[in-house]
Write a protein that binds this ligand. Structure first.
Ligand SMILES: [Fe+2]
Ligand SMILES: [Fe+2]
Length: 440
């Protein structure tokens, strides 16, 4: 049970040198249980009472020996500044009462003889004034304390927030580092994975890298987001990963030489590629692009026979890049970059998305010349005796019986020139050695 609110009792003090006056004043409040009456016969006694009791209202006679009412009230003010002070005075002493008010000791005066009802009312009103003053002081104090408490909380909260912000920033940084590390690991894994394909299928050495570089260039030119460019580049790097499951015989043969059974086997590689990367969540999106890299714009591709814009954009990009690289690096039937671009152009709108040709052309001009030496290089055919150190071989060099003597991209030095000369002497090739040479 909650406590009952305590009844508030107010103390009032009457000071008069005449005992019968005090008695009659006291009698007025005898029935009021909210009021306790103190009396004193002199200012000196009154001050003693004030020191040990909380008094709400003082009514003091003006004319008293030793200490006048005005003097007493002035002192009382110093002891109990909040209490309401009233001076009781005869008509003849109204000037003295005014003096008491002016000096600040008293709030008002009551003249003798007094009217009982008036006096009681004055006392009750004064008690209310005192109560309000006290309540006001209490609330002001409370507000002040609460403000201080709030200030303290705020400071503590600020400190707490600051501490946590520091902690969060630190953790965020750690997570970012971890994330970057994971991304790097994934990229390294993709490169290692794509190298595996090229180990299997030596005819397409560096095919994955070239297709990835071309696809990335086109995706950037299309203004795709960094994340989209990333997915397309990854898919391009891994687009032929499904060839790992294709029999060797199928890989070494030209497309046109495949039997129907071998063609069926070959056509499985896009789906196999998707299935191979699907286990890695970060590669799933790239997997969908891998699946679509042999779809044709006219709908005659595989595995799903999609056409036009139903083929994912990334797959359409990889398809043109793939074709171009196969044309410029494919065995004996390889073409110059210009001729290869013309072939792709002639197939635009049939096999390839016609929107992509312009960008493929630009990107190929930038990337392929850079990859094969300097931008101002031209391809020339030399006989073994004309070779010079420092030149870069532009096509794989094979002997008459197709034995690989030197890889495309190798820089000539005295040792490999000697090897080539010997190879050409023992097993002569019909063609010369193709190298990049700077334009004069
Ligand atoms: Fe392929
Ligand atoms: Fe390919």
């Amino acid at each position: 049970m909650p406590d009952k609110p305590k009844k508030e009792i107010f103390n009032i003090l009457f000071v008069d040198d005449e005992e019968n006056v005090l008695r009659s004043l006291k009698r007025l409040f005898i029935d009021d249980s909210n009021i306790e009456v103190f009396t004193a016969l002199s200012g000196k006694d009154g001050l003693e009472i004030l020191k040990s009791n909380e008094i709400a209202v003082i009514i003091s006679d003006q004319r008293m020996p030793e200490m006048s009412g005005a003097q007493f009230l002035e002192k009382a003010k110093r002891v109990r500044p909040d209490c309401v002070r009233i001076v009781l005075t005869g008509y003849a002493d109204v000037n003295a009462a005014m003096d008491a008010i002016n000096k600040g000791g008293a709030f008002k005066y009551i003249t003798k003889p007094w009217d009982d009802t008036d006096l009681m009312l004055t006392v009750l009103n004064s008690i209310e004034t005192y109560r309000l003053k006290k309540e006001n002081r209490r609330l002001t104090e409370l507000t002040k304390n609460q403000n201080e408490e709030l200030k303290k909380w705020n400071t503590e909260l600020e400190f707490y927030v600051q501490q946590h912000t520091v902690e969060l920033t630190k953790r965020n940084k750690e997570l970012n580092t971890l994330n970057e590390k994971l991304k790097t690991n994934l990229k390294e894994f993709i490169t290692a994975f794509s190298n595996l394909i090229e180990l299997r299928d030596k005819s397409v050495r560096s095919h994955s890298n070239t297709v990835a570089a071309l696809s990335e260039g086109i995706a950037v030119k299309l203004g795709l987001s960094e994340q989209e460019v990333d997915v397309i580049t990854t898919a391009a790097q891994l687009h032929d990963i499904g060839k790992i499951g294709v029999p060797d015989i199928v890989l070494v043969k030209d497309d046109t030489e495949l039997t129907q059974e071998e063609t069926e086997e070959y056509k499985k590689h896009p789906v196999r590629g998707q299935a191979a990367v699907d286990l890695v969540e970060e590669l799933r999106e790239a997997g969908m692009l891998i699946r679509g890299h042999h779809e044709r714009y006219d709908g005659n591709g595989f595995p799903d026979g999609l056409s036009g814009n139903k083929i994912p954009l990334g797959s359409r990009i990889i398809a043109v890049a793939d074709k171009l690289d196969r044309l410029i690096s494919g065995g004996s039937s390889r073409l110059s970059l210009e001729s290869a671009l013309n072939v792709v152009k002639s197939l635009s709108g049939i096999q390839f998305d016609p929107e992509l040709y312009g960008m493929l052309h630009e990107v190929a001009k930038e990337k392929i010349t850079i990859d094969t030496g300097a931008a101002d290089a031209v391809e020339v055919e030399l006989r073994p005796k004309d070779l010079m150190t420092g030149l870069i071989v532009s096509r794989d060099v094979r002997s008459g019986t197709e034995l690989l003597l030197l890889r495309k991209g190798t820089t000539l030095n005295e040792r490999n020139i000697e090897t080539l000369k010997r190879g050409y002497h023992i097993d002569p090739s019909k063609s010369g050695i193709f190298v990049w040479k700077r334009k004069k």
